[in-house]
Design a protein around this ligand. Structure first.
Ligand code: ADP
Ligand code: MG
Length: 581
């Protein structure tokens, strides 16, 4: 006989007043009238990490029509929608007056502005499952059985009823959520056919409330996005129908304009355009090629054996640029490493903003070339490499992927010569000024010498070594955690990911921590290089879902991209690599 809700109720009243460890007895599963409650992990005391629970209800009880989950974009959006509903209900029902420590807590991570795949809600054709945490109530270390029974046998059913059943949800909101995700994915899928790497729909609202609040700026002074006629493209989407906006073509795009005219805001929206956004965000139809990676300087980071020769040669301390190692990179070397590492795992679009770039990696003007001769400058500036990147034949390496670049630069005209498209932001509205920029370039030559030393070199492969990753800490064989959006705690190492700007959800940070361990255990075999290890991790997740990351079933994880996984691995200070053949 399976245990029922009534059995759980009886068990909890028996436990009332006992010592906290007796709670372990409630582990197991319980049949409620139309769903099952699983108590997978019971916390050791009221102050420890909360207990882990799941509820699962058959699709017949949840009642979602197949068109809400049969297509991948919609299924992810449905999961995301239910996570929002469930976490919202948790906040309403959680009653922290139920005792000491985490007593009374009911929680699921609250999603932000992006629609992402999360392990907190899993949907199959047969069932809907929600994974959440609860603080089992206690007074001091004495079990509060009656409060626990209220929580698990009354509040949890309310939670399920209000947030996991189709009939309880607002159908217009749900449809809008799924449609917006499906449209964004469709639009992203159309980019290559249109020769574009990004699209910003007319009417989009790009500015955010603040640097720490990603919700849309709500002000009558927001200027809605309006595409310049020369870059206007029309697309047709499954739900929104015909939509016009600015198409950014493959190649080198320069975004110029006066300070405070909206350049960085546009670039930030493009960075986030690799993800889908919720209705009302303002960036629903701002989409970027999925492999686009934001590049910035990151002085102080570690670099493990990266081939920096496209940008760095003849270092004064004699260090090897073809397998560059440092525990404390400079602004320019860190940015060069960030570029090479992104290319190594397949980035086909690079996004750069002058606000966070190392000037000496970006430009070296005629006057500086006259004062500091080339032999005294290890850096080959980006301006002299960018067209080799974008037009591989110029780089001399057969079959190398073309890489587009979108660059915000208001402070130097030296890029006019190498840009395919120049956009000027003027009071938050873009204008195409390519012809004017080219005319100025012809009229006022920079006078600088091109410094690229030969073609883009064939870059050395790096083979990451499993033994350089150690997830153990003290007596624990594996200790992996996320610290907000700031760090992956991997064993005793703290991987600083604050500069990895397209890492946007704490669940991604936790998932990447686990993925590093999966890579160490299964894929770092001394033969696979960085790209192959990363691809193997992504393939395992594509095949088995986020549950591939953990032996336990938890709601802790959010989907991430290969670029952010590689970024974390590259920032692990113990990482060692061997050069590939
Ligand atoms: P820049 O990089 O050109 O110096 P920013 O992108 O940092 O400029 O924008 C400057 C300010 O203008 C920011 O506070 C930003 O939120 C605001 N802003 C950006 N775009 C808009 C817009 N379309 N409407 C209103 N305010 C905007
Ligand atoms: Mg700026």
């Amino acid at each position: 006989m399976p245990q029922t809700a009534a059995d759980l109720q009886r068990l909890l009243s028996r436990l009332d007043g006992k010592g906290y460890p007796a709670y372990k007895d409630i582990r197991g599963s319980y049949e409620f009238n139309y769903f099952t409650l699983f108590i997978d992990h019971v916390q050791g005391d009221p102050f420890a990490a909360p207990s882990r629970l799941r509820v699962r209800l058959p699709m017949t009880a949840a009642g979602f029509p197949p068109d809400t989950y049969s297509q991948p974009s919609r299924r992810i959006a449905l999961r995301d929608f239910l996570a929002r509903a469930f976490s919202g209900q948790c906040r309403t029902l959680a009653d922290r007056s139920r005792g000491s420590g985490k007593s009374g807590l009911l929680a699921m991570d609250r999603p932000g502005q992006e629609i992402l795949e999360r392990s907190a809600i899993v949907i199959t054709a047969d069932a809907v499952e929600a994974r959440f945490v609860a603080g089992l109530p206690a007074q001091g270390r004495r079990i509060l059985g009656r409060q626990a029974a209220q929580m698990l046998c009354e509040d949890v059913p309310r939670l399920v009823e209000a947030s996991l059943k189709y009939a309880s949800l607002n159908p217009q909101q749900l449809t809008a959520h799924l449609d917006v995700a499906e449209d964004a994915d469709a639009l992203r899928g159309q980019l290559p056919g249109l020769g574009l790497v990004a699209f910003v729909a007319d009417g989009s609202s790009l500015p955010r409330r603040s640097g720490v609040d990603d919700r849309p700026l709500q002000s009558s002074r927001v200027t809605p996005f309006r595409s310049p006629a020369s870059l206007r493209v029309e697309v047709t989407l499954p739900h929104a129908g015909r939509v016009s906006g600015m198409g950014l073509s493959a190649g080198v795009t320069l975004i110029v304009g006066g300070g405070y005219h909206g350049k960085s805001t546009l670039l930030s929206a493009l960075e986030r355009g690799v993800y889908n956004h919720i209705p009302g965000d303002g960036r629903e139809l701002v989409v970027t090629e999925p492999t686009a990676v934001k590049i910035r300087a990151e002085a102080g980071r570690r670099v493990a054996g990266v081939d920096l020769r496209p940008f760095i040669n003849n270092l004064p301390d004699g260090s090897e640029a073809a397998a560059f190692h440092t525990d404390n990179a400079s602004g320019s070397t860190s940015q060069a490493a960030n570029i090479i590492e992104a290319l190594e795992v397949g980035a086909k679009v690079l996004l750069l903003d002058e606000d966070t770039c190392a000037t000496n990696l970006m430009i070296r003007d005629a006057r500086m070339q006259a004062l500091v001769e080339k032999s005294g400058e290890p850096i080959t500036p980006f301006v002299d490499r960018v067209r080799q990147l974008t037009y591989p034949p110029l780089g001399g390496i057969e079959g190398r992927q073309a890489v587009s670049v979108i660059l915000v630069l208001g402070g130097s005209g030296d890029y006019f010569d190498v840009a395919d498209t120049v956009i000027r932001m003027d009071a938050y509205t873009p204008h195409e000024v390519t012809a004017a920029a080219k005319a100025i370039a012809a009229q006022h030559p920079t006078g600088r010498a091109i410094e690229a030393v030969g073609p883009w070199p064939a870059l050395a492969r790096r083979i990451p070594l499993a033994e350089s990753l150690d997830p153990s800490k003290g007596r624990r064989e594996v200790s992996i955690k996320g610290r907000a959006l700031r760090a992956v705690l991997f064993g005793t190492e703290e991987i600083d990911v604050t500069a990895v700007e397209q890492l946007i959800d704490e669940g991604q940070v936790r998932a990447i921590g686990q993925a590093l361990n999966l890579a160490r255990e299964r894929f770092m075999d001394g033969h696979r290089d960085m790209a192959e290890v990363t691809a193997a991790v992504m393939a395992a997740i594509a095949q088995h879902g986020l549950d591939a990351l953990d032996a336990r079933l938890t709601g802790d994880y959010t989907a991430f991209r290969p670029y952010e996984f590689a970024a974390a691995l590259n920032r692990l200070r113990t990482l060692r690599v061997r050069p590939g053949e």
